[in-house]
Design a protein around this ligand. Structure first.
Ligand code: ADP
Length: 474
C-alpha cells in the first residue's frame, strides 16, 4: 500500500457486555484502507460488520487495540478534532434516514456545509451540483416525505458528498431498495470510486456493491477470514438469504460463550398480577391513542398550513417575480454598473424580497473568476417591497486588467448571480422561498473602439457594436 492509510485498525476488538455475558462483536481485526480505495465488508448477519464500521468511524471505542484515522488514533484526538473529522472528513451513510423532515432536499444537502462555516452561496452551489450528481437536481425543493426510499438514500449520498469527505463509511446502502434504485446507488458509488479522491468502506450483502470494490473483506464471528474467490462471490456466498437457504446459513450463529437461557413465556403468577393493571392500561392506551390522534391531526393541519404558505411564497418567487438585467454601463473610472430590476407581474398583491445578494464573475481561459463588487454587502439584510413600480438595484464591479475576449472579440463574458429570499409578508411571519438566478452578458471592452471590435470580429463596417449583449441562461 502506498502512502499513509486513511483508516487502519490494529488488532482491534469490541465486546458488548450483556446480562447474559459478553458478546465479542469484533475480535482482533487488523486492516488498512488506502486513500481512494473502495473496500467492501461482507459476511453473514451478526458477524460484526456494523460494529467494525462504527469502530472505523470513531463512533465507539474499542475494548482493546487501536483504530487510526489519517495515521492518528481516535483516542488521541480531542473532542473538537473528532467533531471536525466527523463533520468534514468522514461521510457516514447509515441505513436509517438521516434527512431532516422539515427541510427541503437542497437545505438538507447544504446543512452540514453551513454548520462547517461555509458561506451560503457556495454551499448552495455545491448542493445543487451534488444533487445533479445523484440525478435529483429537479427535486431540490421536495421534502423527504415526498421522496421514495431510494431517492432519500441518494439525497443522503449527495449530502455526504457535499462535504468532500476523505472517506465514506456506508452501512448497507442498497438495503430495502428496488432493483432500479439499487442500480442507481451502485452507479454513484462506482463513480465516486472512479474519481479516486474518496475512500469507501461499505458494509454490504449486495453482490452488485461488493463487485465494484477494490477489495472484499469477509467477516465471521467478529474476525476477518479469507474471502471466497470472485466467481464464488455470488449472491449466496455474500449471505443473502434465498428461498433455498436455511435461516442458519443466512445468519451468524449466536455467540457460543453466552450463558444458555431458554426463552420462557411470562409465568402465570406474573400474569395474574398484571390483570388489574391490564384493564387500567387499556383505558390509558385508549386515552393516549386519542391524544395521539388529536396531536397527529393538529400536526397535519399545521404542516398543511405551512405547505400552503410555502406554495404562495414559491409561486411569488418563481412566477410573479421577474428579475433580470436592465442595463450595464461603463463608468469613467473603468468600472461597470449593472442595473438589476425586480418586477411584480401581479397587480393584486405585493411581494417582499430579502436581498438580493449579488456575485460577479468573468470568464477567462474557460474558467469563471470571481470579481469584487462594490455594491453594499448589506443588501441581503434589506427587505424590498415589490409592488406596481419596478425596483432597480445597481451593482458596481471592476474587471482586472487582462484579455478576456476569448468567446467574442472585444467583449467580456460576465456572469451576474443574484440570490434572494421571497416572502408574502415583510414582518418575518410569512414563509420564505429562496430564488437563485444567474444572468450572463457580454460587455463591450471600453478600451477598444467600435472599429477595432468590428475588424476583430470581421463585422461589416457599419454594423452596430452594442455596449452589452444579454445571453440566455446557460
Ligand atoms: P452485523 O453488522 O454483521 O450484522 P453487528 O456488528 O451488528 O453485526 O453485531 C455483531 C454482534 O454483536 C451480534 O452478535 C450482535 O447481536 C451483537 N451486538 C451488536 N450491537 C450490540 C449491542 N449494542 N449490545 C449487545 N450486543 C450487540
Amino acid at each position: 500500500m502506498s502512502g499513509q492509510p486513511v483508516l487502519e485498525t490494529r488488532d482491534v476488538a469490541l465486546a458488548y457486555a450483556t446480562h447474559r455475558g459478553t458478546i465479542s462483536a469484533v475480535a482482533g481485526v487488523s486492516m488498512q484502507v488506502a486513500p481512494g480505495e473502495c473496500v467492501a465488508i461482507c459476511g453473514r448477519s451478526g458477524s460484526g460488520k456494523s460494529t467494525l464500521l462504527a469502530l472505523l468511524g470513531g463512533l465507539c471505542a474499542p475494548t482493546s487495540g487501536t483504530v487510526l484515522f489519517s495515521g492518528r488514533p481516535w483516542t488521541s484526538l480531542g473532542a473538537v478534532e473528532i467533531q471536525a473529522a466527523r463533520a468534514e472528513q468522514i461521510g457516514f451513510l447509515l441505513q436509517e434516514s438521516v434527512l431532516l423532515p422539515g427541510l427541503r432536499t437542497i437545505d438538507n444537502v447544504m446543512l452540514p456545509q453551513l454548520i462547517a462555516g461555509r458561506d451560503h452561496e457556495s454551499a448552495f452551489a455545491e448542493a445543487q451540483e451534488m444533487l445533479a450528481r445523484v440525478g435529483l437536481a429537479e427535486r431540490w425543493d421536495a421534502y423527504p416525505a415526498e421522496l421514495s426510499g431510494g431517492q432519500q438514500r441518494r439525497v443522503a449520498l449527495a449530502r455526504t458528498l457535499a462535504t468532500k469527505p476523505r472517506v465514506i463509511l456506508a452501512d448497507e446502502p442498497t438495503n430495502d431498495l428496488d432493483a432500479y434504485a439499487e442500480q442507481e446507488i451502485v452507479r454513484i458509488l462506482a463513480e465516486i470510486k472512479a474519481a479516486g479522491s474518496t475512500a469507501i468502506v461499505v458494509v454490504t450483502h449486495d453482490p452488485a456493491v461488493a463487485m465494484i470494490a477494490d477489495r472484499r473483506l469477509w467477516m465471521e464471528q467478529g474476525a476477518l477470514v479469507d474471502a471466497p474467490e470472485l466467481p464464488a462471490f455470488d449472491r449466496q456466498a455474500i449471505g443473502l438469504a434465498t428461498r433455498a437457504d436455511s435461516a442458519a446459513a443466512a445468519f451468524e450463529p449466536a455467540p457460543a460463550d453466552l450463558v444458555p437461557q431458554v426463552a420462557t413465556p411470562v409465568t402465570m403468577d406474573w400474569w395474574r398480577m398484571l390483570v388489574p393493571f391490564a384493564v387500567g392500561l387499556s383505558v390509558a392506551a385508549a386515552v393516549l391513542g386519542g391524544i395521539d390522534w388529536f396531536v397527529a391531526s393538529r400536526q397535519r393541519q399545521a404542516v398543511n398550513t405551512i405547505r400552503q404558505q410555502r406554495r404562495v411564497a414559491e409561486e411569488m418567487a418563481l412566477q410573479d417575480l421577474r428579475a433580470d438585467i436592465d442595463d450595464v454601463v461603463a463608468n469613467v473610472d473603468g468600472s461597470f454598473t449593472a442595473a438589476l430590476f425586480l418586477d411584480n407581474v401581479r397587480s393584486d398583491r405585493n411581494l417582499y424580497v430579502l436581498g438580493p445578494a449579488t456575485g460577479m464573475a468573468v470568464q477567462r481561459d474557460g474558467r469563471w473568476e470571481s470579481l469584487p463588487t462594490t455594491s453594499s454587502p448589506e443588501t441581503m439584510k434589506e427587505i424590498r417591497e415589490v409592488g406596481a413600480e419596478r425596483v432597480f438595484i445597481p451593482v458596481t464591479f471592476s474587471v482586472p486588467e487582462g484579455r478576456y475576449d476569448e468567446l467574442l472579440r472585444g467583449y467580456l463574458h460576465v456572469r451576474i448571480s443574484a440570490t434572494m429570499v421571497v416572502s408574502d409578508r415583510n414582518d418575518g411571519t410569512g414563509d420564505l422561498f429562496e430564488r437563485a438566478d444567474a444572468y450572463y452578458v457580454y460587455l463591450r471592452d471600453p478600451k477598444l473602439t467600435e472599429d477595432e471590435i468590428r475588424t476583430a470580429n470581421g463585422w461589416a463596417p457599419k454594423a452596430t457594436v452594442p455596449r452589452w449583449i444579454a445571453m440566455p441562461a446557460h
